[in-house]
Ligand binder design. Structure first.
Ligand code: GAF
Length: 394
């Protein structure tokens, strides 16, 4: 069972009292969710389209303001206390886990939030390394805490940009804006079709009780800071330059094909560009299909997306492919699967599968069993629903 926010809140309040026995004053509790992306992968940093939803797993931070500018931060998951002064811009430091928080606070100050000292403890129910944006949830929750403690707020898109800047500067991952934006702006009962060029979003209802979003974690931890993600970005930029556009968002499949035929786009760069331009199109078509409640078509596009990420973008793994193939097998047999794909940056992490709600539990069990048989690894399955983005709890 997924822990509810009230349960998590109570658990973290107890942990806070144990960590900071002397801290008095009213507490501010901020939450920010992780995300799962339905389709539109590796398109955000190409100014393209994505369609994520905020999930019912979140970072929750419990903080109490201080009269000085000292910050003392603890974690429910890791040892140590991060202690620093917000009188100046935070820098990287110890313990290592605190760099997400330090980065988020540094970027929040840059974005114009005032400084205020506090004692806080953070907890995150988004699985770490699962490709469900636990780091974005932690960054956005931290900035939301500072908003709650200072009574000042950032525009949600600016908050997302600040969290993204933290990821770039303090975690060394040159990510796009998707994860932080959906964590900051998620809408209950909806996925968001986001145009990453201007951050405008169109809500896409996903509240049909007959439909469920099934997440399967390959439990093969993913890491994006090792250079493979940055290499993909660089290939996209090189392709855009060849095509004479500022970002691949402005190119289409015809233009990519023509450049390949002319020998201007070759090999890996060609395949990376082909993924991005076709994925942008698939993402928009999938939003139309979901709006029309045509789940079969949305699922078909998810299948194409996975193939493109596997073959052209080369960010899938044998384990993710296995999970998708098992879901696909159930789809062919008419057992309630609409479509399945890897989700997030790749190189490990999770798949997302659109299924009939009535079949979801049985499918989770069946795919997990098949996965164990094929890989020897235990998958973790959970059914999620679209949730609200970051906020201070009442
Ligand atoms: C990671 C990044 F953080 C996102 O910005 C996005 O590029 C995603 O990979 C791939 O779609 O989650």
């Amino acid at each position: 069972m997924t822990e509810t926010i009230p349960q998590q809140r109570a658990r973290v309040a107890t942990a806070f009292r144990a960590a900071f026995p002397g801290a008095g004053g009213p507490a501010v509790v901020a939450v920010a969710p992780g995300r799962v992306n339905l389709i539109g992968e590796h398109t955000d940093y190409n100014d393209g389209f994505v369609m994520p939803l905020a999930i019912d797993r979140q970072a929750l931070v419990h903080g109490v303001g201080r009269d000085d500018l000292t910050v003392r931060f603890r974690s429910t998951a890791f040892p140590g206390t991060a202690a620093f002064d917000l009188g100046s811009r935070p820098t990287r430091g110890e313990p290592a886990w605190s760099n997400y928080l330090r980065g988020a606070l540094a970027a929040a100050l840059d974005a114009g939030l005032p400084a205020r000292g506090f004692d806080a403890i953070i907890d995150c129910s988004v699985p770490a390394g699962g490709g469900l944006s636990s780091s974005a949830a932690i960054e956005v929750a931290t900035i939301t805490l500072l908003e709650g403690l200072t009574g000042r707020t950032l525009d949600p898109a600016d908050k997302a940009r600040a969290a993204q800047a933290a990821e770039h500067e303090f975690a060394g991952v040159p990510c796009g804006i998707m994860d932080q934006l959906i964590s900051a702006t998620g809408r209950e009962g909806h996925a968001l079709l986001i145009d990453c060029r201007d951050t405008t979003a169109k809500p896409v209802p996903l509240d049909d009780p007959a439909l469920a979003v099934l997440i399967l974690n390959s439990n093969q931890s993913h890491a994006l800071a090792d250079g493979a993600y940055a290499q993909r970005r660089a290939s996209c930029e090189a392709a855009a330059e060849v095509l004479g556009v500022s970002a691949l968002r402005d190119a289409d499949a015809e233009a990519v094909r023509a450049a390949a035929d002319a020998g201007e786009l070759t090999g890996e760069t060609h395949r990376r560009a082909r993924h991005v331009v076709t994925e942008n199109r698939r993402c928009q078509l999938a939003a139309e299909a979901l709006l029309a409640r045509d789940y079969g078509e949305a699922g078909r596009l998810m299948g194409e997306s996975h193939a493109s990420l596997r073959d052209d973008y080369e960010v899938s793994t044998r384990e993710l492919d296995t999970l998708v193939e098992l879901a696909d097998h159930a789809r062919h047999e008419g057992r309630g699967v609409y479509g399945s794909r890897m989700t997030g940056g790749g190189f490990g992490g999770c798949t997302v599968t659109l299924v009939k709600a009535a079949e979801a539990e049985a499918l989770a069990e069946e795919i997990s069993t098949g996965y164990r048989g094929a890989t020897g690894v235990e998958a973790t399955a959970f059914i999620t629903r679209p949730c609200e983005g970051a906020r201070v709890l009442a």
